[in-house]
Design a protein around this ligand. Sequence first.
Ligand code: PXP
Length: 240
Amino acid sequence: MVELGVNIDHVATVRQARKTYEPDPVWAAALAELGGADGITIHLREDRRHILDRDLQILKQTVCVKLNLEMACDEEVTGIACEVLPDQATLVPERREEITTEGGLEVVGQKDRVRRTVQRLREAGVFVSLFLDPDLKQIEAAAELGVSAVELHTGQYALARPGKDQADELECLKKAGIAVRSAGMALHAGHGLTYRNVVPVARIEGMHELNIGHSIIARAIMVGLERAVREMKQLVGGHA
Ligand code: PXP
């Protein structure tokens, strides 16, 4: 069964647009769980533009499924993660100007920095995943660091025109998936996945976890979060 991690950052983005108390991502997490989410994903950004420290603290106490914290290789956030102890940390690149995470983490070029963060998290008992482009060199570097999982960046696949371009990107994800699994790491994927393009990615051999935010929250505005999550869960192959 492919697990569905629901990224609820956008709920916090709406709250922060008014710097008020609603909508609360903590409520959203509970509704996502009722809809069959296997995990709740949040990104505690350096600039705290959506998820706040308070959200992480409360979600740690209230989420009954896997809590996945996306984070940069940053001293302060690593310290917070080692204190709060989410079930999983997914290391992502982070730039202040970006609208969302734009590419995979550069591991080859900053191996020592990534290694330090991975070591601190692992020593604290956190399962570590790296968010990577489907690039064999990056995957090899991740394996050398001894991380437990790789989340493949599906953004290029999501942006590709349906037809040959999309099929080529899917092929690239499949090859990267084989590399991840043959190095003994769990295979995750995410970014840009929607109700229309998710199925071929969910069917990649050995796929373990998909992390999806924008499309689910967009649909939730129309049909409610619990239903939006249930519908995505059915597509990725669950029985919610
Ligand atoms: N996975 C990672 C590592 C991400 O950074 C994001 C975006 O926050 C997602 C998955 C979800 O992407 P989307 O919102 O496009 O579904």
